[in-house]
Design a protein around this ligand. Structure first.
Ligand SMILES: C[S@@+](CC[C@H](N)C(=O)[O-])C[C@H]1O[C@@H](n2cnc3c(N)ncnc32)[C@H](O)[C@@H]1O
Length: 254
């Protein structure tokens, strides 16, 4: 899998994802997500939360600010460095692990894990996801809860668009995304052109993800030793349906 798109898309000199998605750093959005996920997961105060595949720590730092013990795992060294700097600036401590999610260290022993914004799962093969989930299982305490937030296959299918224009929240960038759906694998392939309107520069990036149905995600969660217990259509706890943009699944590590 050394040739996978993940090694070109995240971090490195080009860092397509970091540049294209810096609108995610928008404080309002992340702040809201943290409030919603706390409302849904209801972690005991002061417990240990693993932000599994947590990028540059936009959720991790805010959870530490709310008094949780936080470990952030991501495979991208630049994002981990960014998270450390953000934590230092916020005056909080977070533990960081720069590792592939298939090698989540068993020593973490967290009470909760969160996996937000379609992170890691679906990027590689189902076997890779199973290996990753098994390593997550070993890194959690008995009775730990896991919240996974990912795309909803049914919404994607109902709202499928071959071409899509979007603009960044600050109006400085535009994205043209072309989508192709692989029906054999339930994988969505995206080619993105990012136009930097300030620098008048263009760059391109590609990514593809297998989109799990709730049933398929529940199946691999069970295969990894978890017990799926709740599904929602978003972090706001809305019911899961064909029209929910997201699939949020909470599972327990028995
Ligand atoms: C869509 S981002 C989501 C990050 C974070 N959860 C958030 O909401 O900001 C996906 C993240 O997956 C990380 N990633 C991709 N493949 C990975 C892997 N095999 N192991 C660990 N991290 C990985 C990337 O570095 C990136 O930070």
């Amino acid at each position: 899998m050394a040739e996978s798109w993940i090694y070109r898309f995240f971090g490195g000199e080009d860092d397509f994802y970091g540049r294209a998605y810096d609108w995610m750093l928008d404080n309002g959005r992340t702040e809201r997500e943290v409030e919603l996920l706390l409302g849904l997961l209801k972690p005991e105060p002061g417990t240990h939360i693993l932000d599994w595949v947590g990028g540059w720590g936009r959720h991790a730092v805010r959870l530490a600010q709310r008094g949780f013990k936080v470990t952030l795992l991501d495979f991208c060294p630049e994002y981990i460095e960014g998270a450390k700097a953000a934590a230092a600036q916020a005056g909080v401590e977070i533990a960081t692990v720069c590792a592939d999610f298939r090698e989540t260290p068993a020593s973490i022993q967290a009470d909760y894990a969160i996996n937000l914004f379609t992170a890691g799962l679906g990027y590689l093969t189902e076997e890779d996801d199973l290996i990753a989930l098994r390593s997550l299982h070993a890194a959690l305490k008995p009775k730990a809860k896991v919240l996974i937030d990912t795309m909803n296959l049914f919404w994607i299918v109902k709202n499928f668009r071959e071409r899509m224009w979007e603009e960044s929240s600050n109006g400085n960038a535009r994205f043209l995304t072309e989508h192709r759906f692989d029906f054999w694998a339930n994988r969505i392939h995206a080619s993105v052109i990012l136009q930097d309107l300030e620098k008048k520069a263009e760059r391109t990036g590609e990514h593809n993800e297998r989109i799990y149905s709730a049933a398929d995600l529940a199946r691999i969660m069970c295969a990894a030793g978890f017990k799926p217990v709740e599904i929602y259509g978003g972090l706001d706890g809305s019911p899961y349906s064909f029209d929910s943009k997201r699939l949020v699944m909470i599972s327990v590590r028995p």
